[in-house]
Design a binder for this molecule. Structure first.
Ligand code: SAM
Length: 212
């Protein structure tokens, strides 16, 4: 698929999400997918391999959570090849993104593409989430397809700064997971409609510490 066609698909999907992206953002998002596809052929970085599915499954699914971000410092836990962190960093240049994973191979791709695209707001962190010791907390900790919500809170709840949130991107509503939350965390569920993923349920669960 040509770059122009990918740009057109991202642009129309983003408009359906209510987002108008600049040409430079569309160009970077398309380059991200083309480079991911090229690297993935050698290194098996992503299970989704055709570009049309990558637009929906990687770019639009990531952009759908933009309205839920808070603050300047964002931690993407278990980012894999950079999702949702990279599309968010491209479209939210005023925020600082820390992309954490325990697998060095995937972080190598992120460093490469961040350099190619000139993304100065992306840092990579090679660590297990539960062992990471950042100098300060994050206004938003986000995770897609990494672990159950109780497990995420156990691994990364301590990285959420006071007044901050954890965003868990989920498919089907994880009712069982929500029954097992620690008492000091409250949550809100929002159903997402992601263009191209209409057949799939998508939810974002926003978690915050309760103030008793
Ligand atoms: N978030 C990406 C996405 O949605 O495309 C990647 C999802 S992939 C299924 C899960 C990722 O979480 C893997 O890259 C794995 O290395 C990482 N991971 C799992 N447990 C982790 C932990 N405790 N700390 C850091 N990374 C972890």
């Amino acid at each position: 698929m040509q770059s122009a066609k990918i740009i057109e698909l991202i642009d129309s999907g983003a408009r359906e999400l209510g987002q108008r992206l600049a040409d430079s953002e569309l160009d970077r998002l398309a380059r991200l997918l083309l480079e991911l596809k090229r690297w993935s052929a050698r290194m098996n970085l992503t299970a989704i391999n055709d570009l049309e599915s990558m637009v929906a499954g990687h770019v639009l699914d990531s952009l759908a959570v933009r309205p839920f971000l808070r603050g300047e410092r964002i931690l993407d836990v278990g980012t894999g090849a950079g999702f949702p962190g990279l599309p968010l960093a491209i479209t939210e240049p005023q925020r600082e993104f820390y992309l954490l994973d325990s697998t060095a191979r995937k972080l190598g791709f992120i460093r490469h593409i961040a350099g190619e695209l000139g993304l100065s707001n992306v840092q990579t962190v090679k660590a297990r989430a539960e062992d990471y010791a950042p100098a300060s907390g994050f206004a938003t900790v986000i995770a897609r397809a990494v672990a159950t919500i109780p497990q995420l809170l156990e691994w990364a709840g301590q990285h959420v700064a006071e007044g901050g949130v954890m965003l868990a991107l989920k498919g089907r509503l994880p009712e069982d997971e929500l029954k097992e939350l620690p008492e000091d965390w409250g949550f809100e569920i929002t159903k997402l409609i992601v263009p191209g993923l209409d057949q799939h349920e998508r939810h974002v669960v926003t978690l915050a510490r309760r103030t008793f």
